[in-house]
Design a protein around this ligand. Sequence first.
Ligand code: SF4
Length: 224
Amino acid sequence: MNPYSVDNYQRPLLETPDGEDKVLMHSCCAPCAAEVMEAVHASGIKQTVFFYNPNIHPIEEYEIRKNENKRFCDKLGIEFIDADYDKDNWFERIKGLEDEPERGARCTVCFDMRFERTALYAAENNFDLITSTLGISRWKNMEQINDCGVRAANRYDDVRYWTFNWRKKGGAQRMIEISKREEFYQQEYCGCVYSLRDTNRWRQENGRDRIKRNIKFYGHDKPE
Ligand code: SF4
């Protein structure tokens, strides 16, 4: 028996840093969000999901990811804030960093932008605590994400970033299990046009087909 699988895991009661009873959860996509949302939900901490990801390209991909995340929020009865898709601002901030590798300087600017908006919403809407689902992915640098989150929260006296490690104690595995259970859309690149370009480049070099949108779902392939 695997004690960390979603069917067997006895979720501990999580404690927020200062005993806050609610959190504004920046979410990047349903697969990353679901395990984090279930962990917070099981602990009786009220959460509001804040979907602000103007990095995702193109808009068709953005809409699919957003709708999958909203579908899961609706299932758990969690409020879902559909924030701006202000992609022009995102491209403006990223200028000069187009050829940076993933986990490099472009990603720092990308996280900064997304967390700054999350922290602003928190400050304006009476949230003392923010966090993000981004860190659960093994493709991401958690230290980089936490640094950006803390930096954004520090812009406001009353907002704090929760640097919880969602990967631990089987979190990364449950993320996949829940994604299969919910048959979430399975995106194949981080999100921006440059990650799409670089992933396709890698695929080409390794004899694989280019990414096709709206085809792959966890647990099954959508019939064409
Ligand atoms: S690779 Fe991902 S985190 Fe980095 S800039 Fe692109 S979308 Fe943002």
